[in-house]
Design a binder for this molecule. Structure first.
Ligand code: PMP
Length: 359
């Protein structure tokens, strides 16, 4: 067996220790005689896994009792529709900040449910920066303000939040658990699992309890946040194996020292990679340095015609999935929690070597 360094934006690399533990428990989970995939979601065994995942996430993110943790299905893209469907009931509009491909997709879906007020957009700047929060166009009577603090495709990340009385709804799909955040500043957080949490198939939702009162009975039952909360995320069969893997990832993260400790590693990894890009005329990153993502690092080669060779040779060197998103081209290294510093160093070493030979 030879594992490579996997820079995929998602589904992304998982910690090896987690995969090994899942492997060791695959045929017989804790003496149950079956795997987690084969047990009833109503069994006491699975309920203990679900409770453990919730408890660990609460500890890791310091989530207060004012919030419900839900495990939703359908991917973060489903939440793009599910959120306005649930949270705009009784309101005429919702505000959206447009900072890239993912916030744009969220806007497109929200328009099917409500009047979208564009709070601000950096589209004119090719999404290379974040609109100045002091100039945002906010409707005080809107249902919420939606934003995407880490644009996975563009490689744009912001840590600050606008100063507003509106509940802030944030798509943290590609940044959850990578840095410390103050959950109490959000009305709702959601994140597809397949980057920093576990395999695809489950979406972590953290919803402030007072917002659950907005979910109308006319919603499809499996979409209704209040019903999901009342049924402990088990209106129907939840993605049990994905939740189990998420629990193992949370356990691993606790063993690393929690979010504060992993954040320091993430800063060190991102700093090293951006320094390598900035220190060469051969590579470039277009993002406003104040808003460069710690998780997704896009970069271009001075000579575009070398891209295919770069990808071929990096793959042969054990560095996998470095191609940028099809919409933007170039390269992209996603360096989530599970990517060790050694992987980033291996990439930097390859980049220098490649530049030496072709630059
Ligand atoms: N939001 C962000 C920030 C993402 O990165 C992604 C997926 N890459 C999505 C939403 C959509 O997630 P899914 O494919 O689970 O619907």
């Amino acid at each position: 067996m030879s594992r490579v360094y996997n820079f995929c934006s998602g589904p992304a690399a998982l910690p090896e220790a987690v995969l090994e533990k899942a492997q060791s428990e695959l045929l017989d989970w804790h003496g149950a005689g079956v795997s987690v995939m084969e047990m009833s979601h109503r069994s006491s065994e699975f309920k203990s896994i679900l409770a453990s995942a919730k408890a660990r996430l609460s500890r890791l993110m310091n989530i207060s009792d004012d919030y419900e943790i839900l495990f939703a299905q359908g991917g973060a893209s489903t939440l793009f529709a599910q959120i306005p469907a649930n949270l705009t009931h009784g309101f005429n509009s919702a505000c959206y900040l447009d900072t890239g491909a993912w916030s744009s997709k969220a806007i497109k879906e929200a328009k099917k449910y409500t009047n979208v007020v564009l709070a601000g957009s950096s589209k004119e700047q090719s999404y290379h920066t974040v609109p100045d929060f002091a100039t945002l166009n906010l409707d005080d009577s809107a249902a919420y303000l939606h934003l995407c603090p880490n644009e996975t495709i563009g490689g744009l990340e912001f840590a600050d939040l606008p100063d507003t009385s509106l509940p802030i709804v944030a798509d943290l799909s590609s940044t959850i658990l990578s840095r410390q955040i103050d959950v109490s500043r959000y009305g709702m957080i959601y994140a597809g699992a397949q980057k920093n949490v576990g395999p695809a198939g489950v979406v972590i939702c953290i919803v402030r309890k007072d917002l659950l009162a907005r979910s109308s009975d006319t919603l499809p039952t499996v979409w209704n946040f209040a019903t999901l909360a009342a049924n402990d995320s088990m209106i129907n069969t939840p993605p049990t194996f994905a939740i189990y893997l998420a629990d193992l990832v949370f356990e691993w993260l606790e063993a690393q020292g929690g979010v504060a400790a992993i954040e320091q590693q993430n800063i060190a990894k991102a700093n090293a990679l951006y320094a390598a890009i900035d220190g060469s005329d051969f590579y470039a990153n277009p993002i406003d340095p104040r808003y460069r993502s710690r998780m997704n690092v896009p970069f271009t080669l001075a000579d575009e015609s070398l891209e295919a060779t770069f990808l071929e040779e990096s793959k042969a060197a054990g560095l996998r999935t470095l191609e940028g998103h099809r919409s933007v081209g170039g390269m992209r290294a996603s360096i989530y929690n599970a990517m060790p510093m050694e992987g980033v160093q291996a990439l930097i070493g390859f980049m220098r070597d490649f530049e030496g030979r072709y630059g």
